[in-house]
Design a binder for this molecule. Structure first.
Ligand SMILES: Nc1ncnc2c1ncn2[C@@H]1O[C@H](COP(=O)(O)OP(=O)(O)O)[C@@H](O)[C@H]1O
Ligand SMILES: [Mg+2]
Length: 260
């Protein structure tokens, strides 16, 4: 069985477009003929809400995978052909305390070893912190993508992420690459964006990566598609923000192919 490429979407800041990017990347890779699994690893469950607005209370989730009661195969939900989702769970909001025992960093790693379904890509949405859920995600990931919004940039956050990735890398034999920084909510009308250019490049350097050339512009239609619970690519195929994301996905595939 070919090993899936595993990509975590991470930033210690909230509201920077992690979940939006995770859902569009997963849908876009699926639309290009790939079998994709999404894992909602944020207890706020925003990724889940993009696809399953109100899962019944007893729906098995990532929480049951962490407790060892269920396998990933048992909890995955089919969203459409070749696109599956493991739903998030508010119960995971105290994961840092609940799973405070040895081996706690490898719970997701163990679960993925048991995965029988074949996937080309696994996309993990992570919470805005560097707790156990993010560490578990990093430990299984080949790549990390870091979305950054012009209005809430934090170089300190990037430094902490780098430190954490370095520590995680010591725990695992396989390196984790930062595939790129993605500028989101971008508007070139603001001077803020221009002033940030240097800081963003410094952040990319710190993470040994590059900023994606495609910048995701600020666009209300994105929120509209989320409220309509629809895939942006289908909801607004001709919108400029859709072409931003399509170009971003092209770059993701290129960088993976080039081994960047
Ligand atoms: N490019 C964008 N333009 C306008 N709104 C956006 C854009 N990207 C994300 N948003 C909105 O910003 C909010 C936070 O985005 P989200 O992806 O949930 O961030 P995070 O997962 O990092 O907290 C959501 O309401 C989302 O619809
Ligand atoms: Mg989110």
């Amino acid at each position: 069985m070919a090993k899936p490429k595993i990509i975590s979407i991470s930033n210690v800041k909230g509201g920077v477009g992690k979940t939006t990017t995770a859902s569009i990347l997963a849908s876009g890779l699926n639309a290009r003929g790939n079998k994709v699994l999404m894992i909602d690893s944020d207890p706020q469950t925003n990724l889940t809400m993009c696809f399953i607005p109100e899962p019944p209370d007893d729906t098995p989730s990532l929480y049951h995978v962490y407790t060892g009661d269920k396998t990933l195969d048992e909890v995955k939900n089919s969203i459409k052909l070749n696109l599956d989702l493991v739903i998030g769970d508010f119960e995971l909001c105290n994961a840092d305390i609940q799973f405070i025992k040895t081996g706690r960093l490898k719970l997701l790693h163990k679960a993925l070893k048991k995965l029988e379904s074949e996937y080309d890509y696994i996309i993990i949405d992570t919470p805005p912190n560097l707790g156990i859920l993010s560490l578990n995600a990093f430990l299984v990931s080949d790549y990390v993508i870091v979305p950054m919004a012009a209005d809430s940039f934090s170089l300190k956050g990037v430094r902490l992420l780098k430190q954490t990735l370095d520590e995680v890398e010591e725990e695992t034999e396989s390196p984790i690459k930062v595939l790129g920084l993605l500028l989101t909510k971008y508007t070139d009308r603001t001077n803020v964006a221009k002033l940030l250019e240097d800081s963003v490049n410094a952040a990319a350097k710190m993470l040994h990566t590059k900023v994606f050339e495609s910048r995701i512009r600020q666009a209300i239609i994105l929120q509209e598609s989320q409220i309509a619970k629809m895939d942006l690519l289908e909801y607004a195929p001709k919108a400029q923000v859709t072409s931003d994301y399509i170009k971003f996905i092209d770059e993701v595939l290129e960088r993976i192919e080039r081994g960047v």
